[in-house]
Design a protein around this ligand. Structure first.
Ligand code: UDX
Length: 432
């Protein structure tokens, strides 16, 4: 099968590369010529474990290629995946679909034989209907089929998530497309992935509902963790105790800082906006958004308490600033809320992240990047473990910095409180 991925961000590049690895011919298109040149030279514009090797392997064996020529790539392909961004509209909460509709217009002038047009980007309910309208203006209905096939890849685990998905959702009533797509995904179905065929609108909503539910689960345990802190209970016992109930499940019940990233904050807002359009009140998701937005202030208040309200000139270290481990992504990371507020109060902040210096933090007063854990914690008054990188899981704080004892605020509950306190450190964590 000849596939065309439009957009070489997380979704397009990972899916395209993995489809090539499954034996398909894939062309990844992007309007940014620098990105395409980089990719052709084996350089990956994003940090995603395992991706670079796969890109290079499949580029060399000619199953994977890159181009800026959208029209030709569409003409040469049977299945077109739209993988462009759907960010939150500036000053609003709905998804900005300008890139999606722009691409749809380009596709509409390049249909030379039957094509399956798939939205892999996260798009609001009825977007497929709109794409169909755009394509119908220039093409007969039997020349194309518009399908929704949402991705559920997590950053940092995207290659694994592609190859071992829990489910593959295909939103389409078109028998021919369903047959072709089932065959495209058959290598994953035979490894155990569930294959679900729904209406196109249902597939679009499955993606938003899933992300909103996961965001709700995290926010729920974060609030329970607040109660645990007041009642002397270990929130991890609660997560395990709840998670053992098969109806609940133990995943995404890790308390921590506010959830971030490119999906949960954006998609929870967008589903509210869709619901508003259809005059439906999604009150649970609204309160999740609010609770998550308040979470950084809540954790900062704890920092102020830990420092006895004396933040000025205090040396504070952030271990990890990305929104989660195994990614260089800073989008909606809670560090971007916390660090500027601490800086405003006069704190002197150092940070270390395994993915290096962050331009997002470069303009904030008294914030500096250092290139090792050791350098970052030297002379610190307070060390905040913000991201759960493996690099931070076995630090011997005592040996690393002899002499001065600092306070540790472990926002990811990596360490055992008794062990760290036993080494003479003041130690705080989340919900325990
Ligand atoms: C998410 C979805 O998981 C994925 O299916 C979708 O396609 C894209 O959005 P991603 O944003 O890459 O993936 O990261 P994820 O691992 O889901 O984490 C999102 C946020 O939730 C992070 O800030 C993470 O730290 C936080 N989180 C996650 C918790 O605080 N606790 C948890 O138990 C799990």
């Amino acid at each position: 099968m000849k596939l065309c991925m439009i957009g070489t961000g997380y979704v397009g590049l990972v899916s395209g590369t993995c489809f090539a690895d499954l034996g398909n011919n894939v062309i990844c298109v992007d309007k940014d010529p620098n990105k395409i040149t980089q990719l052709m030279n084996g350089k990956i514009p994003i940090y995603e474990p395992g991706l670079e090797e796969l890109v290079n392997k499949n580029f060399k064996n000619k199953r994977l290629n890159f181009s800026i020529d959208l029209k030709k790539s569409i003409k040469d392909s049977d299945i077109i995946f739209i993988c462009v961004g759907t960010p939150t509209k500036k000053g609003g909460s709905s998804a900005d679909l300008s890139q999606i509709y722009g691409v749809a217009k380009e596709i509409s002038t390049s249909i030379n034989k039957f094509k399956i047009i798939i939205t892999k980007s996260t798009v609001p309910v009825t977007t497929g209907d709109e794409i169909e309208k755009i394509l119908s203006k220039k093409n007969k209905k039997n020349k194309f089929s518009v399908v929704s096939n949402p991705e559920f890849l997590r950053e940092g685990e995207a290659v694994r998530d592609f190859n071992f998905p829990d489910r593959i959702v295909i939103g389409s009533n078109d028998k021919k497309s369903n047959r072709i797509l089932k065959s495209l995904y058959s290598p994953l179905i035979s490894k155990g992935a569930q294959y679900l065929n729904t209406s196109r609108r249902a597939a679009e909503l499955i993606k938003y509902a899933s992300n909103a539910f996961l965001a709700t689960k995290i926010t729920f345990i974060n609030e329970i963790a607040n109660l645990c802190e007041k009642t002397g209970i270990n929130t991890e016992d609660i997560s395990i105790g709840m998670g053992l109930d098969k109806r609940i499940g133990g995943r995404f019940l890790r308390a921590g800082p506010a959830y971030g990233g490119s999906c949960f904050p954006k998609d929870t807002k967008a589903i509210i906006s869709t619901a508003d359009k259809f005059k439906t009140n999604l009150s649970v998701i609204k309160s999740v958004i609010k609770s998550n937005e308040n979470r950084s202030s809540l954790l900062l208040n704890r920092v102020y308490e830990i420092l006895n309200k004396k933040v000025k000139n205090k040396k504070i270290t952030f271990l990890g600033v990305t929104f989660k481990a195994n990614t260089d992504d800073m989008r909606d990371s809670s560090s971007l809320t916390m660090i500027p507020k601490l800086s405003k109060k006069g704190a002197l902040i150092k940070y270390f992240d395994p993915t290096g210096f962050k331009k997002e933090l470069s303009k904030i007063k008294n914030v500096s990047y250092v290139n090792s854990v050791k350098k970052s914690i030297e002379g610190a008054d307070l060390v905040i473990i913000h991201t759960e990188w493996n690099d931070f899981k076995s630090i011997n704080f005592k040996n690393l910095v002899r002499g001065k004892k600092f306070i540790i605020y472990d926002m990811r509950n990596i360490y055992s409180p008794t062990k760290i306190r036993g080494q003479g450190f003041k130690y705080y964590s989340v919900g325990r």
